[in-house]
Write a protein that binds this ligand. Sequence first.
Ligand code: ADP
Length: 427
Amino acid sequence: MPSTPTASGPGPGPEWKILVFAALMPLLTVLDFLTLSRFIPSAFVLRVVWGLVLAFFAFWLPRASEKRRVWFVLGNAAWNAVSYLLLVFLTGALESPYVYLVFTLPLVVAFAFPEERNVTTVCGVICFVGTGWQVWVTETSFSQGSAWLSLIALSTFLGEYGSSRFRKELEVRNEVRVERTRREAAEKFARAVRHQTQSEKLATVGRLAANVMHEINNPLAFVRSNLHFLQKELLALPLPSEVRGEFEEVLTETRTGLDRIQQIVADLRGFSRMDVEEPSPCLLADVVDNAVRLAGVRLKHVAHVKVEVPRELPSVFAVSRRLVQVLLNLLVNAGDAIEESGREGGTILVRGEVQDAHVVLTVEDDGPGFPPEVLPRLFETFFTTKGPEKGTGLGLVISRELLAEFGATLSAENRAEGGARLRIVFP
Ligand code: ADP
């Protein structure tokens, strides 16, 4: 039986299988010798014609339109059933050794082409009519004839039922696949939109920063210098100690506020990339030392910083000042997290190593780590959990941007043992 045109996948196409079957058809005459011990010329002619028609199917199948293909497949099934019945007739009708296969023919077709609609029924009907006709012309007994016809009807029913179940299963699988593809496409689209929004936000902030920075820096400088002057003058006055204490407290608070404003301006300057510097080879051990020293003031009472960055580590190509800025940001974030958790004496570990031919720098802490709802939003512009007085939500975004300039990446994860881990991978 030739294959149907819908058979797909690796290996030769269905038309080749039909061609091979067509070529073998005349050679199958040898079966007549084996089963009947004689040559039957009409059966030989039938096999040649059968093979030629199959060759015609094989030729047209790949060229047929989708609609015609359905008819070709049905025609192919019908032709094979008719040819087989004729062969049975020419080799002894109901006495032919080939007759026993007629009952199973619909099942064989259903098994071979389960994905094709109506093929089993077409084959079953032809077998039923053809066998009925042979029962009638050979005057076979009624009980014998009806037994054979019932067998054909049963095998057709079973074949059609089985193949329809198979097709339903196939449809369900296809629907699941289509649904999955649709969902993946929707997610991809949503990611692209999010990414675009993020990029637009960054660009806007960059432009804004460039203007605002300039406006803020000048007044900031004279406020700072005036404050310094006031502090000097006020504290030189002979004031009662409690008033002096209050003055000192107010002045310190004001200075802290100014430091904060300056920090934000510095962040924004980095963001708008006004001060572009050329990268050069940097020794990570030095960069880390610098950053840890600078962060020391903030982390002194919060966490102990452990550094494991060997000096032998290959140098990385970057702007050292930028790297210090990034690292400082990560260290301060770690300190904030440990402090917010209310725990005393946390540990921050800065580790440098070579992994898979990349220099990797990790900053990890034993704080509370990232809550699940925070983790996916860490690198969103303005995302902060620290409240408007303390956080800007720019630290990680800017750090990632700065690192991207040297081809380095920044990622965040939770440690299995608790706490956060930030990973910088250098190219
Ligand atoms: P900001 O520090 O101004 O909030 P960042 O972009 O630096 O902005 O950080 C964004 C958020 O990421 C923080 O508000 C905090 O919730 C979270 N985060 C950053 N580092 C850590 C850390 N080490 N542990 C826990 N949460 C962190």
